[in-house]
Design a protein around this ligand. Structure first.
Ligand SMILES: NC(=O)c1ccc[n+]([C@@H]2O[C@H](COP(=O)([O-])OP(=O)(O)OC[C@H]3O[C@@H](n4cnc5c(N)ncnc54)[C@H](O)[C@@H]3O)[C@@H](O)[C@H]2O)c1
Length: 370
């Protein structure tokens, strides 16, 4: 077991520049993890990121990075359509993997990855590790104790809006670190609001309520092109999906990933029962108690995650840093995590099944649990 995990980062776009590199190059974590390499096909971006954050090596491809042999683990932060192939490549090299959501786009790919990683003794951690959050753990405990009576239905979802076209500092400049084009978010495979955004609510919902049993959905493309810096970016991946999950025994959930417009005042997730409702951090309008509640009020929920301490609390995208540190602890101390590949696979199956349901007009029975 290495004392200091040597980490490579695959893709030096928005989340790497705003989240992974700022957190993982902070002084306080250098005794546990060191970013030793980055790679990006836009090699000037990889080089500029390496120079800015003091990373020793920058490569044009993941293959070159792995061949150089200076990484024990990678964090994959490329467009989602590459994650399966790149995850398999790391596994074949015996390199541990953290996936920035989503791990793969289909359940069959997730099966292959998990099986091969087990054969190779490789550890997989998949974002988003929502159930690391003390607020969601407290909600799960309340529900398990019967605070909502008999559960009746639940809601979660997310809205693309123009978030990725407008991301601060990385999309609208002229140099390689500030001109990252978000076109892939709207293309197949891997684009669309479900894999990128609704995935958070689905992790939280299934983390609290357990695995779903069936899915049915409508889905399609509503906004066919999006303006970005004077060009029109085409959309061929569905940007509108409304689905219903069946948890069994007539307990259902409504889940959406849409181009614009969200439900008002919706916590992540909203859960109803015969004795009331959990919304955000309230039970029937009263605050829920959880460890770090005061910290959350000051800095937000991510500041209550176990590794998000000190300066990390004030920095953006601390949840991705937390998930990487879950892998680091697992490698160094053999400490397992709840941000498992199996949980990610179940969420991926829900999304994959929603698209299949929309195509076929048939409800899909789910086969995975976690
Ligand atoms: N942007 C966010 O707010 C955010 C937050 C959390 C997680 N994420 C996740 O992080 C991942 C990356 O998102 P992003 O917003 O940083 O994307 P981005 O478009 O900003 O950057 C992607 C980078 O990957 C590079 N790239 C393209 N093909 C590649 C390949 N084959 N190998 C390596 N690199 C390649 C691109 O050149 C670009 O630099 C996604 O999985 C996303 O869901 C994003």
């Amino acid at each position: 077991m290495p004392d200091v995990v040597r980490l490579g980062i695959v893709g030096t776009g928005s989340i790497t520049l705003r989240g992974l590199l700022p957190h993982l190059t902070m002084e306080d974590v250098q005794d546990r993890v060191r970013v030793t390499a980055v790679c990006d096909p836009v090699v000037e971006r990889a080089q500029a990121a390496a120079a800015k954050f003091g990373v020793p090596a920058a490569y044009a491809s993941m293959e070159e990075m792995l061949e150089a042999g200076d990484v024990d683990a990678v964090s994959i932060a490329s467009p989602i359509g590459f994650h399966f192939q790149q995850g398999m490549l790391a596994v074949e090299h015996g390199v541990h993997v953290h996936f920035n959501k989503t791990m793969t786009t289909t359940v069959d790919e997730a099966d292959q990855l998990i099986a091969r990683a087990a054969e190779k003794g490789v550890k997989l951690v998949s974002s988003p590790g929502e159930m690391l959050n003390p607020r969601l753990q407290a909600i799960k405990a309340l529900i398990d104790q019967g605070a909502l009576g008999t559960l009746t239905w639940a809601v979660t979802g997310a809205t693309f809006g123009r978030y990725h076209e407008n991301e601060a500092r990385v999309r609208h400049g002229t140099d390689p670190l500030s001109n990252v084009n978000p076109a892939w978010y709207f293309r197949r495979p891997g684009g669309g609001p479900l894999y990128d955004m609704t995935v958070y609510g689905l992790h939280a919902m299934t983390g609290i309520l357990g695995p779903a049993k069936r899915v049915t959905a409508f889905s399609g493309v509503r906004i066919r092109e999006r303006e970005f810096q004077g060009q029109m970016l085409p959309t061929d991946m569905d940007d509108q999906t409304l689905m219903v999950l069946d948890f069994g025994d007539a307990f259902f959930a409504f889940v959406y990933g849409v181009a614009a417009g969200g439900l008002p005042n919706m916590g992540r997730p909203l859960i109803f029962g015969t004795r009331g409702v959990i919304n955000g951090d309230t039970l029937n309008g009263e605050p829920i108690d959880f460890p770090g509640r005061e910290i959350a009020q000051q800095y937000g929920y991510t500041a209550t995650l176990p590794h998000v301490v000190g300066k990390h609390r004030e920095m953006e995208e601390a949840h991705v840093y937390e998930d990487v540190m879950q892998l680091v602890d697992w490698i160094r101390e053999d400490k397992p995590t709840v941000a498992t590949a199996e949980h990610a696979r179940h969420v991926i199956e829900i999304i994959d099944a929603a698209y299949r349901s929309a195509e076929t007009g048939q409800a899909q029975t789910l086969r995975t649990t976690f």
